[in-house]
Design a protein around this ligand. Structure first.
Ligand SMILES: Cc1cc2nc3c(=O)[nH]c(=O)nc-3n(C[C@H](O)[C@H](O)[C@H](O)COP(=O)(O)O)c2cc1C
Length: 182
């Protein structure tokens, strides 16, 4: 049968990944192997950044004690029950004092999630910046240098259950699109 234009578009792996990634907060017990984490980090470091300054650092957390510390100390809306997490940090010394690092770290965080999705993993982005008490707690307990700012924490793992495609509706909103001006 002839494919509709939409189906033809959805055949592209990248678009498919973008449309089907969803935040997942409940994880199975399986460990995330190091080779997958390395691919994810590679993808993160291929994010675009202001003047290609790549002002990021990544703290990979797989140790149960550190994961427990994160779970206990961050609490509130950060529910860490995954076997792995990556804390994306920005180096303000690599910034030109204008705050571009924030956008750079956001791009890296998105790359982490899309790479995870491509590897059959699921993830959730938990915002740390600009929440002062979360950042300060992490800075102190993980002994981050002064110039390193925690930006986001991404939980990573295998899903406890799969999300059926019908629960992933299109978010296309034509009223949000403006051609050549508002
Ligand atoms: C900057 C940012 C901060 C976020 N912080 C949290 C958070 O603190 N807790 C949480 O459960 N989800 C958090 N999320 C995930 C969003 O809730 C989620 O992306 C949104 O509901 C859309 O769902 P989706 O990721 O499945 O498309 C955050 C996402 C972003 C981009």
């Amino acid at each position: 049968m002839k494919k509709t234009t939409e189906e033809q578009v959805f055949n592209y792996d990248t678009i498919n990944s973008l449309l089907h990634r969803r935040s997942v907060r409940e994880y199975a017990d399986n460990e995330v192997k190091k080779d997958k984490i390395n691919v994810i980090l590679l993808a993160a470091m291929h994010a675009p950044s202001y003047e290609n300054r790549q002002p990021w650092h990544f703290i990979v957390v797989t140790d149960e004690l550190v994961l427990k510390y994160l779970k206990d100390s961050l609490q509130d809306n950060i529910k860490i029950n995954s076997k792995a997490a990556i804390i994306v940090c920005g180096d303000t010394e690599k910034d030109n004092q204008k705050g571009w690092w924030i956008q750079d770290c956001a791009a890296a965080t998105q790359n982490i999630m899309l790479a995870a999705h491509g590897l059959g993993l699921v993830s959730t982005w938990y915002g740390l910046h600009p929440v002062k008490h979360l950042k300060e707690s992490l800075k102190k307990n993980l002994q981050l240098p002064k110039n390193i700012q925690p930006f986001s924490l991404v939980t990573l793992g295998y899903p406890k259950k799969n999300i059926p495609d019908e629960l992933i509706p299109s978010r296309f909103a034509k009223e949000k699109v403006h051609f050549n001006g508002w």
